[in-house]
Write a protein that binds this ligand. Sequence first.
Ligand code: SF4
Length: 459
Amino acid sequence: MQQTEKTFLAKSEVRAADLDHRRKLNFNIAQYRGAVARGKAQFADLETARERAKNVKWRAMENLDKYLEDFEARFTRQGGHVIWAQDIEEAQREILKICREKNARTVIKSKSMVTEEIHLNRLLADNGITPIESDLGEYIQQLDGEPPYHIVTPAIHKSKEDVAQLFHEKLGVPAGLSPRELTQVAREKLRQAFREAEIGITGANFILADIGGVAVTENEGNARLTTTFPKTHIVVTGIEKVLPSVSDLALFWPMLATAGSGQRMTVYNTVFTGPRKETETDGPEEMYVVLLDNGRSTILARETVRESLYCIRCGACLNACPVYKTIGGHAYGATYTGPIGSVITPYMQGMQSYKHLSYASSLCGNCTEVCPVHIHIHEMLLTNRHEAVESHEASAREKMAWFLWKRVSLSRRMMNMASGKTKNKAFKKMFSGAWGTRRHMPEFAPKSFNQLYAEKGKG
Ligand code: SF4
């Protein structure tokens, strides 16, 4: 068993039994449930909207090379710079190069999962540059020295009391502040950072091929400040974020807002088309977009999982997943958690080390049901299991267990050889490790079908 799998199992075991954790997580997720239902009501025909969104992403992924080159050509013409990064190391190298050229000592960031993927904060800190998260949830997580717990709501596992205690301990403010007071504290601390930072770093919710634009969606206005005060703006984004046209936002903006948090529209939606023009009064003097591959083209090349690139990172599948809601975000040991994370992580961080995530699912299909772009997530988890077996990533023990299971269960003679008791014993020996200690293993009937049939015949 790989170390990543052992860690996953150990962390899951602890979290699954932590009822306080489950209460907080489920309470916070439940806040979205009613709001999402209300948000969906804004669509006259939600199913058609979902199919349309899926079609747009299908077109974008089938022509990804063309749309990315279109984006690059237009964005460059508007004065921006595009950097293509094959992997994490290349993205890190290029960003560090820019930071050094600008003599950056402080970098202000808005929420971005791709910067988590490339471990940007650690890289900057190791090189004497202070990264400051400006999204409130990310700021809380940074104060606590933890990565985000959820792709949309980074501190979803914390109660307001937890946050008040954290601010008291780390910032020396009085204990027991209210959410409003805590927000005010964060705001005051961050204002200073916005003014001091030499570089602002954001992610991108969408890259717009036809206008050479980057669309950023947020609720707090911090991304706008991140891109307004500093002289340099760096966008770090995955290549799959591309949409063919700016007009696609009319569908994707409300779709993202509704599926993620139940809003009709997220509060601030900004499209950046390059650095500040001569006639403009604010904005950065220079703008860079780092287009990260890091396994995405491997996913693109596999027809069976290509659909996972349609993901708009709304977080709905995490909120709907019974496994995520039980074990939480940190157990996965990956940047992208929940059902979609379990699909894509093996291609980004290695099938051998992360194939076990395909089993972190009840295959109930809730994730597929709620996905706004209709990705068949649970089917792709099955595909990954198959892929792991086909590429001989399964352990010798697992292979032997399944070989014996198949051999015996396909032979009526062998099935009849042992009593129910013996079969239960053998089954337990083979599978109890994988089954876990908290579930009852299925039991064989005391008598086989043949025995019952023969007895009935005699009667
Ligand atoms: S897979 Fe679908 S539901 Fe999950 S985060 Fe992506 S878009 Fe949202």
